[in-house]
Design a protein around this ligand. Structure first.
Ligand code: IPE
Ligand code: IPE
Ligand code: MG
Length: 245
């Protein structure tokens, strides 16, 4: 069930059950101001806090944020290190906040190659919030959609090898249940700010019938009003899923 969100003096909006955001444009935001790219990442990380709190407030039940892709390792050591340090700051804060929130945190992506201090915090936060019944926040770190599907294929192939299933038994539902977002609905709305019109390897399985919202503003400048605009537009879309309406 999607929540209905009523703002003063405006018509009610249909709030998507699952919103996914590609947090892009941090580097350009900094460059425009003559600042190092790392300053953009700092501002972007703060904006993640603002937007995720707001989404929780208006009743979004599932959120997925793209923070670092499997391709982002191509960047300079300094930039990668800054992003990982900002991620750690967030993890420390999130662990403390778990006491006062009912949100459930899930980290999607291959964490095995991340720093041990990060892995430890991620595992702890996931375990501590696993029985929470509030909104689910998926944070995509070292995430790649192709990598996710390849990993799911390996898991399923192991079951075939063990004689638990036959190749003919493989279904779409089985693949959905073998990826990071198992048991979650697919994203209803995927938002990408910063004037880029591509998925960049984000949720490529899950986005088969997602609605898209591309925005010109850069992620650090993306406000709750911009999110309202996206949701307003989503409210007026007609989703057919291949059928007729
Ligand atoms: C998104 O902002 C953050 C990550 C990819 C980690 P960018 O760093 O890609 O910013 P632009 O696209 O260069 O402006
Ligand atoms: C996608 O942005 C990844 C994240 C926002 C984390 P990129 O900046 O890496 O994507 P491209 O390179 O423009 O496609
Ligand atoms: Mg970018």
């Amino acid at each position: 069930m999607m929540a209905i969100f009523k703002k003063e003096k405006s018509q009610p909006l249909i709030v998507p059950q699952h919103i996914a955001i590609i947090m892009d444009g941090n580097g350009r935001w900094a460059k425009k101001r003559g600042l190092p790219r790392t300053a953009g990442h700092k501002k972007g990380a703060n904006n993640f806090r603002t937007i995720s709190d707001y989404m929780n407030k208006i009743g979004v039940k599932y959120m997925t944020f793209y923070a670092f892709s499997t391709e982002n390792w191509k960047r300079s050591k300094e930039e990668v290190e800054t992003i990982m340090n900002l991620f750690k700051d967030y993890l420390i804060e999130a662990e403390q906040r778990l006491l006062e929130t009912d949100m459930r945190m899930i980290f999607i992506g291959d964490r095995s190659v991340l720093r041990p201090d990060l892995i430890e915090l991620m595992n702890r936060i996931e375990a501590a919030s696993k029985d929470n019944t509030g909104a689910i926040v998926n944070m995509a770190i070292n995430y790649g959609g192709r990598q996710e599907i390849a990993t799911a294929c390996k898991k399923i192939a192991q079951k075939v090898k063990a004689g638990e299933i036959e190749p003919e038994d493989i279904t779409e539902d089985m693949i959905s249940a073998s990826i990071y977002t198992a048991n979650q609905p697919d994203p209803d709305l995927i938002i990408r700010p910063s004037c880029e019109f591509r998925l960049s390897n984000f949720l490529i399985w899950q986005s088969a019938y997602s609605e898209f919202w591309f925005d010109n503003v850069l992620w650090p400048d993306f406000t709750t009003r911009d999110l309202d605009r996206a949701i307003h537009d989503f409210s007026n879309r007609q989703r057919r899923f291949g059928g007729v309406k």
